[in-house]
Design a protein around this ligand. Structure first.
Ligand code: FMN
Length: 185
């Protein structure tokens, strides 16, 4: 298969990581790939914040986990059917960042541009032998002023991702993917 198509098709959201740090050169390669994303008017208005420090990752986890837990408990209470499909997350040690050794925040104001950056990053990570995952819940840290300060978040700026990176401990089976809905005109 064409190697680019193969990389796209075999990338997975990884939710189990080895406790092995990711070499800085690889993180830089992933960020460089993100930075090559297309952007409206080539503005490249995004920026990146990389967190590998254990203490800072702990602060991220404590803040995001509290928000995740509220969301999880709410599903349990109000949507038992859906809860059955997600309850295994409640048994994980870290159901937000999956203990990944590297968390990369993509920060910007232009959602489409930043989304393209994150996909480039995840594809690059996969091609370099790294697992990755886009984390909505990993961005739920804005109620902690210390984290907002560390991210240098300005008014109007938003977090995209974060994208976590690390060596996969378990590489998941592919989830079902629907055939594309296409109308040829
Ligand atoms: C906008 C967005 C938010 C996501 N948030 C989370 C998240 O908070 N936690 C998580 O484990 N996965 C998250 N994912 C990953 C999706 O669950 C995953 O892409 C999907 O299940 C398909 O699996 P695949 O990436 O292996 O193809 C997110 C993906 C996207 C695009």
């Amino acid at each position: 298969m064409n190697p680019v198509l193969k990389n796209i098709k075999t990338r997975r959201s990884v939710r189990s990581y080895k406790n092995t740090p990711v070499p800085k050169e690889l993180i830089e390669k992933v960020i460089e790939a993100g930075n090559y994303a297309p952007a409206g008017n080539n503005s490249q208005s995004w920026r990146f914040v990389v967190v590998t420090d254990t203490e800072m990752r702990g602060k991220l986890y404590n803040t995001a986990y509290a928000n995740w837990k509220r969301f999880f408990d709410n599903i349990k209470k109000n949507n038992p059917e859906h809860f059955e499909t997600v309850k295994h997350y409640g048994e994980m040690k870290d159901p937000v960042y999956y203990e990944a050794p590297c968390v990369v925040f993509v920060i910007g104001t232009k959602a489409i541009d930043c989304a393209l950056v994150t996909e480039n990053m995840m594809l690059a990570a996969h091609s370099l032998g790294l697992g990755s995952c886009y984390l909505y819940f990993g961005a739920q840290v804005l109620d902690n002023p210390e984290i907002v300060k560390a991210l240098d978040l300005k008014e109007k700026e938003k977090i995209f991702g974060p994208v976590i990176l690390g060596y996969a401990d378990k590489f998941p089976d592919p989830p079902p993917k629907k055939a594309p809905s296409v109308k040829w005109v």
